[in-house]
Design a binder for this molecule. Sequence first.
Ligand code: DC
Length: 225
Amino acid sequence: MINIAIDGHVGSGKSTLAKGLAKKLGFKVLDTGAIYRGFACAFKDKGYTEINDATIEDFVKDAKVEIFFEGELQHVLVNSKDYTAFLREEEISLLSSKVSPYKVLREKVKQLQREFASKYNCIMEGRDIGTVVLPNADVKFFITASEVVRAERRYLQYKDKKDSPSFEEVLQDLRERDYRDEHREVAPLKPASDAIVVDTSNMTLEESIDYCLKTIKSLVKSKNM
Ligand code: DC
């Protein structure tokens, strides 16, 4: 199977890029953040009041995660409950960033990720795909953009919604999430030593898709792409 790893910062455009590339290549995309978000939903549902080693271990020991696709939509089920509709809620963004540093939970997600990569030609998108989950991926990208550009992209997404945050609030939230992603003990966000770093600050989506597509085609020549 051909496996492409895409890691990067919040708001760097990696999800949209992954979807665009998958369409051109006819590959599947696995959004691994959605799996952590699904776990966060189920953790909340179970009514835990604290996040610590004991509560996470208790939760993970019998948590069963499944994914399936409806067209392009990736569904995430934990203990047979479909949480897809709740994954993008603000509270879940925060909670997923707090539960995702725990090793036992990451190990469970890793199993599912590796199984997926062994079955499909895929683009797997997350924070630790090139460094931990698929160290032998055929191509690894690390996508980034300046803090201000990433905050602007996020701000524009929320702007017309009710109770939308100010630009300063979006920027502050982004800084906190970057800090947590980059400084956690287990699988911190960083480019793999063999990753191609792509700064999308001054690139349109089409330009970043074109650039990555050319790179993939030149690096995966032997597999008849
Ligand atoms: O990419 P996202 O915002 O949907 O990710 C949700 C959370 O999960 C985020 O706090 C980072 C974490 N995450 C992770 O730790 N490892 C991954 N491979 C993907 C996401």
